[in-house]
Write a protein that binds this ligand. Structure first.
Ligand code: F6R
Length: 594
């Protein structure tokens, strides 16, 4: 989703901003722009499409000496993805970038138009710069003018503003969208996530909601909560794979070992949670969006069957406005790969307000969700660049599974022997994510049969139902084909009306869980001539197509082996359709607006 980078200093500002924006590119965007203020000249460049277009547009531009600069990648919310709507937006002598949504922009715009301001774009953001310039006429102090501007806005935002009459500083405000400030010797950097700043700064300040201020090269030390920030820039490479998504599918069996690291000792599970963590927990509420929600739904089956803890799972955007009943004995878990998803973050804030015990399962340390949650456990699978989540999903399921067993053990709901069995099952399940080259070849081959038709149903039962949801989500995200996930037993209650030979049913048929039940459901579809693609351990004659996984002894190993099949199937169909696998249309990696 939208990305922000800002810079104060004497190095080549254009290059710094462009390379910062490049680090945010994987998150998804549809236009980009930069403004550089140096030697009393404010220059702005904007383009639609990829950053390479912006680089070409400003290739002859250089800015020598000290100055300030801001840049932005935009994922359209208000107004189409046009050059005019791209950020930065400018007034007579100022320029602004913004992530988030200004909810009252129409009122502010009408007021400014009544005072003669002319608007160029359809965005909500443009009001900020015009209002600031109006306020400058009333408040000669720049910061006062900026504060008054921000205080008139309702919504969520991370904002950077530069203006010619204060050429050595950047004005900033944060509410609901992430923003951080970093410093190295004589330079100040801003960004909407730490990725662009790694290797450039040695200290960082993660701004809090409500922070409004101004920064020059001398004022960094006045900030609260400054932390050291080390690390070298490790640019994630495709390492010979065609796409980041493919690489991330293949590396799961390795990175999942990092999810386990120091958390399994002598066949026991040790989590970095306080001793009495399990006290007062008699039920679990899980809240998340998208793939993370599917991981949460998978965890419900594990929590209830293996750990004997009552669990409810809810989509964060639904939870927020449903006046949910929050009982004190609830552990409230949020799951988020990015740690920045706006709906999940707000749901977490609500749970905190209601004094629930909150725990984040997240892949990004220091993200807004990790900082907001009372407790957190990191999935530790490294940066995920493909917009379609793969290793994030598997790591979330593994970590939640461990958490369930950990709590059940501490509450004496299961025996030490059962814990041991689960631990060896977890380890075996990680092994099951190793890609078998023959299976991948088979998927490359059969994918050509699934490029048309009027839609896909992915079906499974029990924990294979959330896996079916995840398979359908992966496919629709990167193939743009219609796909739905369904519990196998539910098809005859409506969806089976769609069955004909052009309906593709990807059916998850584990040997170790409800085999006969799902077989019946597949037979019902086959009898109505649906095209059936079965994923199973053994040959079965109901199938039109079959993808055989290796032989496993437990349903969770089958779960993870089938997950790999579904991820690869989506990948191969998308490649055949000629789509941009890593940056599919309309999607963003980090969804920072509600
Ligand atoms: C799907 C996908 C999205 C995210 C969702 C939540 O492949 O990536 O559905 O899972 O936007 O994102 P996080 O996990 O970052 O909160």
């Amino acid at each position: 989703m939208c990305g922000i980078v800002g810079y104060i200093g004497s190095n080549e500002k254009k290059n710094i901003i462009l390379s910062g924006l490049k680090e945010l590119e994987y998150r998804g965007y549809d236009s980009a722009g930069i403004s550089v203020l140096s030697n009393n000249i404010l220059s702005t460049f904007k383009t639609t499409g990829k950053l390479i277009n912006l680089e070409n547009k400003c290739k002859d531009f250089n800015s020598s000496g000290f100055g300030v600069a801001i840049g932005h990648t935009r994922w359209a919310t208000h107004g189409k993805a046009t050059e005019v709507n791209a950020h930065p937006h400018f007034g007579e002598s100022s320029s602004v970038v913004h992530n988030g949504i200004i909810e009252n922009f129409l009122e502010v715009k009408q007021l400014l138009e009544s005072r003669g301001k002319i608007f160029l774009s359809q965005t909500d953001t443009e009001v900020i710069v015009h209002l600031f310039e109006e306020n400058l006429k009333i408040y000669p102090n720049h910061l006062e003018a900026f504060k008054n501007t921000i205080n008139s806005l309702i919504g969520s935002y991370a904002i950077l503003l530069i203006t010619k009459s204060a050429p050595d500083r950047i004005f900033y405000a944060k509410n609901g969208s992430p923003l951080l400030i970093g410093a190295s010797k004589d330079e100040i950097y801003f960004a909407s996530s730490s990725t662009p700043l790694i290797g450039l700064i040695d200290r960082v300040c993660y701004l809090e909601d409500g922070d409004i201020g101004v920064m020059d090269t001398k004022s960094f030390d006045n900030l609260k909560n400054i932390q050291p920030m080390g690390g070298e820039k490790i640019s994630s490479q495709k390492d010979g794979y065609r796409y980041f998504m493919e690489k991330e599918i293949y590396e799961q069996h390795k990175v999942l070992k990092d999810t386990l690291r120091n958390r399994i000792l002598d066949d026991d599970i040790i989590l970095d949670l306080p001793d009495n963590f399990e006290d007062d927990i008699s039920r679990i509420y899980i809240c998340a969006c998208g793939t993370s929600y599917n991981a949460g739904l998978s965890a419900k089956y594990l929590f209830e069957r293996e750990a004997k803890i009552k669990t409810d799972v809810v989509i964060a955007s639904e939870f927020r406005y449903a006046d949910p009943i929050m009982e004190k004995d609830t552990l409230f878990i949020v799951i988020s790969q990015s740690g920045e998803t706006a709906d999940t973050l707000e749901a977490l804030k609500l749970a905190n307000k209601n004094n629930l015990k909150t725990l984040a399962i997240c892949n990004v340390d220091n993200s807004s969700i990790v900082r907001e949650a009372k407790y957190s456990l990191l999935t530790r699978v490294g940066i995920e660049k493909g917009v379609a989540s793969t290793k994030a999903f598997s790591s979330q399921v593994i970590l939640l599974w461990m958490l369930g067993i950990y709590i059940a053990k501490k509450k004496s709901l299961i025996s030490i022997e059962q814990v041991r069995t689960q631990v060896s099952n977890i380890k075996a399940s990680i092994e099951a994510t190793k890609v078998n080259a023959c299976i991948h070849d088979r998927l490359k081959k059969i994918s050509k049969r699934y490029l048309h038709g009027h839609g896909f149903f992915f079906i499974g039962r029990d924990i294979f139902y959330p896996l079916a949801l995840e398979g359908a989500l992966k496919l629709k995200e990167i193939s743009y084909l219609h796909a739905d996930g369904y519990p196998g037993g539910e098809m005859k209650h409506g969806p089976i009306a769609l069955a004909d030979s052009e309906l593709f049913c990807v059916s998850l048929m584990p040997k170790h869980l409800l085999y006969d039940k799902i077989k019946n459901n597949i037979q019902e579809l086959s009898a109505r001539d649906a095209t059936i693609c079965i994923v199973a351990q053994e040959y079965n004659d109901i199938a039109d197509d079959i993808v055989l996984i290796d032989k496993f002894n437990s349903y969770m190993e089958e779960f993870f082996a089938m997950m790999i099949v579904l991820q690869l199937l989506a990948l191969e169909i998308s490649i055949r359709l000629g789509n941009d696998v890593d940056m599919p249309r309309n999607l963003a990696k980090s969804v920072t607006v509600e």
